[in-house]
Design a protein around this ligand. Structure first.
Ligand code: ATP
Ligand code: MG
Length: 487
């Protein structure tokens, strides 16, 4: 039932007379038929005893907050956290317990855990310990706080986000009393750091049902809550994601859209692969729709948001910086939002021109190919989340995708893609900025179909243009160098 290292550690603990169980998320995942991300054990051995055992059995271990009673083991290469049974007493902090007391009974340890489905334990013989009905809730797909929900969210506000995240990961609903208590705990979010909140949001975005998670965040009012952002100098309160909450109920042009901006956004979010850049881009691609200065009526008198991608990119940058999303990811997301309305017709000339413009935003063809690939994936999901009659436009996008692959495989967009290197040009013109200019010129001529990107063809072209001048140029170049040296 457990991986060999987990079994080995359980056996070692049992053999020394201690109780030991696999607890928490691993039990939930095993009962769901999923592979656990990690294994956590709970035991009545105190941290000191755990470290002694590790030494005796030659296991790597290090205390990971002995105050909290957690010792990290590495068993045959597998990291396993072992926690001593404990209760936690909460004070003013919105997440960290004020006091930890060690206990002798598993049941009391399970009682401190957040949700019934996370409050189960399995022993070495596969016996399930489930004092709060976690297995039944798991079967029915329900997240329910252990004990009094208001108390539990008041103790630790992070549980509010964890509830939405587990619902998104498992496709569960949150039991009504628990959901109501999350709403009431909104103000406690003020005690959480923006990094913790961001981590939970990103895990929701990467989950199997990100729209379920976002819908719960919205319903519970967590998108409009405030959290703490601290830097070296000061601490300030920042809102979580009110920009997203605003999209709820914003109507759209029914010529292209069946749904309001919120529902459309949720469809696009679930329509892109589980990759953080794409998920953020999907979440924020229409963030400026309906904004004052963007929302207007077109000539036909229909709702319209011209240039929403411009303000959208600015708003996306603000959101991502505020939530301290990784800079590389944030940069790409802003780019995707900015570009998501601009596509060429699927014809080579138009595609080359479009790629040529986009190429300026990247330093090489790998970057360009990756960015454009993401952009086309986003567009496909965007179209699918729109009106039902989109088959023709989806076909167009598929043709564009093919054409982009073909063009990127054949046509250079950077000097590094040429079949001749700068070295060769320098043989004709000497080293210097003129080499780069000639390479750029070759790139453009190949794009325009005037030359083929083949070594012989390009060398012949260089020979024809600069062959006679070869010596003269080198002469001149040397002259210039001499003069510079004399200065
Ligand atoms: P995953 O590892 O997939 O995020 P998990 O349930 O294992 O899910 P962890 O954060 O690894 O979550 O925590 C392990 C267990 O510790 C949980 O299953 C839960 O029983 C308990 N736990 C973790 N965080 C909290 C919390 N904030 N409040 C109460 N119990 C918690
Ligand atoms: Mg875990």
């Amino acid at each position: 039932m457990f991986p060999p290292p987990v079994e080995k550690l359980l056996r070692i603990l049992n053999a020394s007379g201690y109780q030991a169980y696999v607890v928490g998320g691993a039990v939930r995942d095993i009962l769901l038929g999923r592979t656990p991300r990690e294994y956590d054990l709970a035991t009545n051995a105190c941290p000191k005893a755990l470290q002694d055992l590790a030494a005796k059995h030659n296991l790597r271990s290090f205390p990971k907050g002995v105050a909290f009673g957690v010792v990290s083991f590495v068993v045959d290469g597998m990291p396993i956290e072992v926690a001593t049974f404990r209760t936690e007493t909460y004070g003013l902090d919105a997440h960290r317990p004020e006091k930890v007391d060690f206990l002798w009974a598993l049941e009391d340890d399970l009682a401190r855990r957040d949700f019934t489905v996370n409050a189960m334990a399995l022993d070495l013989d596969g016996r399930l310990h489930d004092p709060f009905g976690g297995q039944e809730d798991l079967r029915r797909g329900i997240l329910r706080a252990v004990g009094d929900p208001d108390e539990r969210f008041a103790e630790d506000a992070l549980r509010a986000f964890r509830a939405c995240r587990f619902a998104a990961e498992c496709g569960f609903t949150i039991e009504p009393r628990t959901l109501a208590a999350i709403s009431r705990a909104r103000d406690r979010i003020a005690g959480l750091s923006v990094e913790r909140v961001r981590d939970e949001i990103e895990r929701i975005l990467l989950s199997l049902y990100p729209a379920t998670g976002c819908e719960l965040l919205r319903k519970a009012g967590l998108l409009e809550a405030q959290c703490r952002a601290r830097d070296a100098k000061q601490e300030q309160m920042v809102p979580v994601l009110p920009e997203l909450a605003r999209l709820y109920g914003v109507p759209q042009n029914t010529r292209y859209h069946t749904f309001d901006v919120w529902r459309h956004t949720m469809l696009v979010l679930e329509g892109v692969p589980e990759e953080i850049t794409l998920r953020w881009a999907a979440l924020l691609h229409d963030v400026a729709k309906g904004m004052p200065g963007v929302r207007t009526l077109n000539r036909r008198g229909e709702l319209s948001d011209p240039a929403h991608e411009r303000l959208g990119a600015t708003m996306a940058r603000e959101v991502l910086e505020r939530l301290r999303v990784a800079p590389d990811c944030a940069r790409r997301v802003v780019w995707l939002v900015r570009q998501h309305m601009h596509f060429p017709v699927p014809e080579e000339k138009a595609v080359v021109k479009w790629l040529r413009r986009l190429a300026l935003d990247f330093k090489d063809r790998e970057g360009l190919a990756e960015g454009v690939g993401q952009l086309l994936i986003l567009r496909e999901a965007d179209l699918k989340g729109g009106k039902v009659e989109i088959r023709a436009r989806l076909r167009e996008n598929a043709r564009l995708k093919e054409l982009v692959g073909d063009v990127l495989g054949r046509i250079p967009f950077y000097p590094a893609d040429l079949a001749v290197k700068g070295r060769v040009v320098a043989q004709y013109l000497g080293e210097g900025p003129q080499v780069g200019a000639v390479l750029e010129g070759l790139v453009q001529e190949i794009q325009e179909g005037k030359l083929a990107n083949e070594t012989e063809v390009l060398v012949a072209a260089l020979e024809k243009r600069f062959g006679k001048k070869k010596n003269q140029f080198i002469h001149k170049e040397n002259d210039r160098r001499w003069r510079n040296a004399e200065k």
